[in-house]
Design a protein around this ligand. Structure first.
Ligand code: G3P
Length: 224
């Protein structure tokens, strides 16, 4: 089943979108957590209150060498929350991913800017791959194209990694990767907001109300 994530640590926004959408969990990165200023020890229980204990959430390791990454990842996974650890898909990160997957611990390979980088992370067994669509575009490359090629390689080589594209600045990028059949996606709040935003929707709904009131006043549908 498709998994929808929010790329935020803003709990009010998580609650807002969880009320109207099947939010699977949140993805975070060190910048998102630093911006929110919340400690994980505050964020995770509050998140569980909102999304429930079956939600799945993503936290990135801060460590920069292999042993420390593996140790930090293990400590995160031991917490009483359903966490997937994010590891940058660098040479060092791939070593950590390989070691964590040898013990079947849940890992997302992050900071993916190229097809080859994502493919290597898939070979190391990463459960999720996070290509950075908009950031790739800003390098003058094709973010959606990278996702398309990665999906093709996963399919061709029967690799079980799920694509979880991240870094979006507009809804067209989102629709383009959804059309590729990715297993999951993480949306920044501004872009999730724009998905509701067709300018014709609210006027259409208001007109229904006006037409109804002109004939039936304040009565409800089952009252007429
Ligand atoms: O979680 C990392 C990714 O979502 C980065 O997004 O918007 O900072 O490019 P952005």
């Amino acid at each position: 089943m498709f998994e929808l994530y929010l790329d935020t640590a803003d709990l009010a926004q998580v609650a807002r979108f969880n009320a109207c959408l099947p939010v699977h969990g949140i993805t975070t990165n060190p910048s998102i957590l630093a911006k929110s200023t919340q400690r994980l020890s505050q964020l995770l229980p509050a998140l569980t209150e909102i999304l429930g204990e079956h939600s799945q959430n993503f936290v990135q390791v801060i460590s920069e060498d292999v042993n420390a990454m593996v140790d930090e990842a293990e400590r995160l996974i031991e917490l009483p929350y359903n966490l997937v650890v994010k590891i940058p898909a660098t040479e060092i990160g791939l070593s950590a991913i390989k070691r964590l997957k040898a013990r079947n611990l849940p890992v997302l390979a992050t900071a993916i800017y190229s097809v080859q980088q994502g493919f290597l992370a898939a070979l190391c067994g990463a459960d999720y791959l996070a290509p950075y669509v908009n950031r790739i575009d800003t390098f003058g490359m094709d973010g959606v194209g990278v996702v398309a090629d990665l999906q093709l390689l996963l399919d061709k080589h029967h690799l079980p990694s799920k694509l979880l594209p991240a870094s979006f600045k507009n809804t067209q990028q989102v629709l383009d990767v959804l059309k590729l059949g990715v297993a999951s996606i993480t949306l920044p709040i501004e872009v999730a907001d724009q998905l509701f935003g067709h300018p014709a929707v609210n006027p259409a709904v208001q007109q229904f109300g006006l037409d109804w009131q002109s004939v039936f006043g304040n009565k409800l549908a089952y009252e007429v």
